[in-house]
Write a protein that binds this ligand. Structure first.
Ligand SMILES: Nc1ncnc2c1ncn2[C@@H]1O[C@H](COP(=O)(O)OS(=O)(=O)O)[C@@H](OP(=O)(O)O)[C@H]1O
Ligand SMILES: Nc1ncnc2c1ncn2[C@@H]1O[C@H](COP(=O)(O)OP(=O)(O)O)[C@@H](O)[C@H]1O
Length: 513
């Protein structure tokens, strides 16, 4: 830690900025000492060293850059040369100050934005968020660990019986206390929201050996090897001497020894989980894969007792109700005049008629008049428009409703953000690309806008003078040049029915024109 002095009046005058979620998670880890010996956002030399050699300049192994990037407008308010001018207050998403960073170096990054390097200092407690009581710091956690061996387990997925058996076996072999670290900085690899993951782990508590459970703001960056190394480092900071690798490619070299799991299987003769080679094939039952587990939950089947303790199964049923009860966002994207609103209305009417699900329609006109009043069509305004739509749609999905939205949404980034928001709210997201060719949309020109755009009377018109990034991740693609309105609506309804979001019976198509 630095001996950085930070008087109150300096803080009061300092600019404030809310970092992105993964940066806030890094900030928490820096502040809590989980990234020891690192205590600051990295500077250029450190980032270069990590990229080139996988070490900090002092030789400490370090897999990933830990950086903070701010918009140019924020960086412009900082003066690295002056002790008062280089203070940046970092706030949580609600705007409450969490920390200050001493911006000793600013470096522009490709594609806009400026990287801010410097020490961080906590200036406010994070008071909110579920399961705060489980957020012990590494120092607090280490104090409670009295055994010489501590088996770390990064529980980024729920613990079913095979994993529980594995933990028992490893803890017994090592004669170690168990330290369960639950990553809570974002969606888990199975797409479970953090609070649901923690609940599922707590539900397995009485099936664990003596264990300490800690929620850690760890998030994965998408590179399994580096993520594994960083996780091992964090586990060591929390006091783990060993780390049980549960399907993840952890690697040693960070002060912990990696325990490779043995593939256990269920022995139908006595209901025990044993190493596969200890059970003869006719009596062996393999653990279920994540895909099998989630498929059962999606279809509303209970998880079997031989595989999952009932209390864990109950939590997972809550977190992931069957699709016919789960919230879902149906997001139609496409050019102006492609047919989004017409299909959305047909779908909405059908669902209202069937009465099977609660449904909200966020039609373009209503959105632009109310939710996004005063926004225009610059890339920034469109992004904000889609963020707002994605936000309210995710809230609908959170409460198990169906949200239908039909903005042009021309940018892949905005659509991805809407998808993420739905997932974080525990809902599903179905992207429907209404892929009617531009010529057909222009030919229809229902509102006469294409003619005006061609005549240069409307600036930045999608498809003419502004981009439309065709999705590569659409669940459904409809070309309305080739089909009737009824058929287009029926395709979406079929998709929802086949996927289990709607019951198979009772849907008429009378709403579609
Ligand atoms: N410059 C420009 N580009 C595209 N569209 C324009 C523009 N100016 C006005 N309009 C009208 O606004 C409707 C699109 O609004 P959206 O909210 O769906 O757009 S976006 O998702 O924010 O890009 C769109 O309606 P739809 O035809 O229903 O798609 C147009 O009628
Ligand atoms: N299969 C179809 N699906 C949807 N709209 C269609 C179809 N065939 C023709 N159309 C016509 O295309 C136009 C689409 O307009 P609209 O739904 O407002 O598009 P958008 O919301 O994408 O701007 C409507 O006049 C509609 O009647």
């Amino acid at each position: 830690m630095s001996d950085w002095v930070l008087p109150d009046e300096v803080l009061a005058d300092a600019p404030a900025y809310t970092p992105r979620p993964h940066e806030l998670a890094d900030l928490e880890l820096l502040l809590s000492g989980a990234y020891v010996p690192l205590s600051r956002f990295m500077n250029r030399t450190e980032v270069a060293a990590v990229a080139a050699t996988g070490t900090l300049p002092d030789g400490t192994a370090w897999p990933s850059p830990i950086t903070l990037e701010v918009p140019e407008a924020v960086a412009a308010k900082l003066d690295t040369g002056s002790p008062r001018g280089r203070v940046l207050v970092l706030t949580d998403p609600e705007g409450a100050p969490v920390a200050a960073v001493e911006a000793v170096e600013l470096s522009p990054v490709a594609g806009g934005g400026v990287r801010v390097a410097g020490e961080v200092r906590r200036i406010g407690e994070v008071l909110h968020g579920p399961f705060r009581r489980l957020r012990a710091t590494p120092a607090q956690t280490r104090q409670t660990l009295t055994t010489s061996r501590v088996l770390g387990v990064v529980a980024d997925r729920p613990l079913h019986r095979p994993q529980l058996a594995e933990i028992h076996r490893a803890a017994h072999t090592l004669n170690a206390h168990v330290l369960i670290l639950v990553p809570v900085a974002g969606l888990g690899p199975d797409g479970l929201p953090p609070a649901a993951l923690v609940r599922s782990i707590l539900a397995a508590r009485d099936r664990l050996p003596q264990a300490t459970i800690v929620a850690v703001p760890l998030s994965y960056r998408g590179d399994e090897v580096r993520d594994g190394l960083l996780t091992a480092r964090v586990a060591a900071a929390y006091g783990a001497t060993h780390l049980l690798s549960m399907g993840r490619g952890f690697a040693g070299g960070s002060g912990v020894r990696i325990m490779l799991p043995r593939q256990l299987c269920y022995d139908v003769r006595d209901g025990q989980w044993r190493a596969a080679d200890e059970v003869e094939p006719p009596f062996r039952r393999q653990p279920m894969t994540s895909a099998e587990i989630y498929d059962m939950l999606d279809r509303g089947f209970g998880l079997p007792d031989w595989h999952t303790p009932p209390a864990v199964a109950a939590e997972l049923r809550k977190a992931r109700p069957p699709r016919r009860k789960r919230g879902v966002v149906v997001f139609l994207t496409g050019l102006s005049g492609s047919g989004k609103s017409t299909i959305a209305r047909g779908l909405y009417d059908s669902l209202l008629e069937s009465g099977e699900r609660t449904v909200s329609l966020f039609d373009g006109d209503v959105v632009r008049r109310l939710l996004s009043a005063k926004l225009g069509f610059s890339p920034e305004d469109r992004a904000l428009n889609i963020r707002r739509i994605g936000f309210v749609a995710a809230e609908v999905a959170h409460h198990h409703g169906v949200a239908i939205c039909c903005p042009i949404a021309p940018y892949a980034d905005g659509r991805a953000e809407a998808r993420r928001m739905a997932a974080e709210a525990g809902g599903d997201f179905i992207l429907v690309h209404v892929a009617t060719p531009l010529e057909v949309c222009e030919e229809r020109d229902r509102k006469g806008l294409y003619a005006k755009a061609r005549a240069g009377q409307i600036e930045a018109f999608t498809g003419i003078s502004a981009p439309y990034e065709a999705p590569a991740d659409a669940e459904l693609i409809l070309d309305t040049a080739q089909m009737s309105v009824d058929d287009a609506v029926a395709e979406v309804l079929d998709y929802l029915t086949e996927g289990g979001w709607l019951e198979t019976t009772g849907l008429g198509l009378t709403g579609a024109r």
